[in-house]
Design a protein around this ligand. Structure first.
Ligand code: ADP
Length: 168
C-alpha cells in the first residue's frame, strides 16, 4: 500500500472475543500500520458482557501486539471510521453464509461513505466459532477451552456459575 500510513478498524460486537476474532486480528495486523479493534455499543438486548468488559478482555489479549488498539464506539460504523480517519474496515469470514451478509454490508458502507472493506478468512479450526455459540455452550457448562482465550474462559465461568447459583 505504498508509503501511506494505513489505519484499519475491525468493528464487531465481540461479546465475547473468540479465538476466531483473535486469529483475524493477528493476520490483519500484518497488513496495516494500525489496527483498531472497535467494540460496538449498539443497544443489543441480549448482550452478555458490557462494552467495558469486552474492551477489557480484548486489551488483555492485544497487549503484546504492536500497532493494535482497542476502543468502543457508538452509532454507525462508517461514522466512527470517518472520525478515526480509518482507511479500511476489516471483517472476518467464516462461511458462505457470512459472505452474503458481509457483501451487503460492505457494499452499503462503500456506497454511503466510500470506505473499502477488507476480508480475512478464518483458520479452518475456527470456521464454526461464533460468540453466540460460545455464550450458549458456556451457559450450559460446556468446555470451550480450544475456542476462546483463557481470560475469556475465566470470565465466562465466573458469569455463568453466578447465574446458575442465583437464577433470575
Ligand atoms: P458483528 O455483530 O458485527 O457481526 P461479531 O463480533 O460477531 O460482530 O463479529 C465481528 C467480525 O468478526 C465479523 O466480521 C465476523 O464475521 C468476524 N468473525 C466472527 N467470528 C469469526 C471467526 N470464528 N473467524 C473469523 N471471523 C470471525
Amino acid at each position: 500500500m505504498g508509503n501511506k500510513f494505513v489505519r484499519a478498524i475491525f468493528p464487531g460486537s465481540f461479546d465475547p472475543i473468540t479465538n476466531g476474532h483473535l486469529d483475524v486480528i493477528k493476520r490483519g495486523m500484518r497488513l496495516f500500520d494500525e489496527l483498531i479493534v472497535a467494540v460496538g455499543r449498539s443497544p443489543v438486548k441480549n448482550q452478555l458482557f458490557t462494552p467495558e468488559e469486552r474492551v477489557e478482555m480484548i486489551s488483555e489479549l492485544i497487549r503484546d501486539l504492536p500497532g493494535v488498539l482497542v476502543e468502543s464506539f457508538e452509532g454507525l460504523t462508517v461514522q466512527y471510521a470517518a472520525k478515526r480517519q480509518a482507511d479500511v474496515i476489516l471483517r472476518g469470514l467464516r462461511s458462505l453464509t457470512d459472505v452474503q451478509y458481509e457483501f451487503q454490508l460492505a457494499m452499503t458502507n462503500r456506497a454511503v461513505a466510500g470506505i473499502e472493506t477488507v476480508f480475512i478468512m478464518t483458520s479452518e479450526q475456527y470456521g464454526f466459532t461464533s460468540s453466540t455459540l460460545i455464550r450458549e455452550v458456556a451457559s450450559l457448562g460446556g468446555d470451550l477451552s480450544n475456542l476462546i482465550p483463557e481470560n475469556v474462559h475465566q470470565r465466562l465461568e465466573g458469569r455463568f456459575s453466578r447465574l446458575r447459583a442465583a437464577p433470575t
